[in-house]
Design a protein around this ligand. Sequence first.
Ligand code: PEP
Ligand code: MN
Length: 335
Amino acid sequence: MLLVMSKNATEKEIEDVIGAIKEQGYTPRPIPGGERMSIGILYNKGPVDGSLFLGMPGVQDAIPVTKPYKLVSREFKPEDTIVSVGGVKVGNGHMTIIAGPCAVESEEQAITIAQKVKAAGADMFRGGAFKPRTSPYAFQGLGLAGLKILEKVRKETGLPVVTEVVDITTFDQVEESADLVQIGTRNMQNFSLLKRAGASKRPILLKRGMAATIEEWLMAAEYILAEGNSQVILCERGVRTFVNHSRNTLDLSAVPVVKTESHLPIIIDPSHAAGKRDQVIPLSRAAVAVESHGIIVEVHHDPGKALSDGAQSLYPEQFEQLCMQVKTIFNSLKV
Ligand code: PEP
Ligand code: MN
């Protein structure tokens, strides 16, 4: 249930409602809005009786929440959430471009690519330090040394950095170095990791599980918000289907659905969806046309020698072309 306070509800009225919710054994979650305060009621076992609160001064409405997810739903928060990542805004009205290699391989590699993507128009740098790889014999990332390199990238270029966290053991270090902490497709339902992300001081980039429904994905986001971190960006990165012409199948229809269901920003990863370089630019154009809030793209200055995901990494010149095209599409949608 969501209690909507009237525009001129006083602090005292809000406090009284919070107290009344606690008295019933529920958990109140104040949600400040542009014009008015709303208060979510969490951890109720069955339906909540709205009449308990409707008569209280300052309470304007009691809206039952029909979805299994609450805090992430539009019913709970009608206005779009804009997430700020090191000063870069992600969400409604913005088209954020995140780019960089799959993995940080060396300081020289990361800084070379970061300078190129920045010059082309990227707003943020990506690069994995801890890599979840299918094979235990494949390059697992530079680990802590990779995080230090990401800090240097930020210092040299001014770009905020996003990197993946793969377990709780390394969460503190990743959080310390990253501006945006990524939870990858393989960990979307790692509930203890999600809870730790909910206690994080950093915004979280939550990728969709490769076989997850939109409801399961939003429930995963709910874990993070329920622990108190409302700064979550969703990322559609393709789902597993029977096809073999691409690595995954990019589910573009997830964008309008998520935007209807949730106030959280949603971006697209065309690289992991495609798995092949020649599909990345067309899918990026589509991602912007379908009005996602941005893209995260793999770029490498020497993809033939990349230690992971070289086949889907764009050459810097291709990325430059992509940036020009997606910005043109984004601007054309404003009319
Ligand atoms: C990545 O971003 O490099 C990555 C491993 O992504 P995903 O979790 O979507 O496979
Ligand atoms: Mn990758």
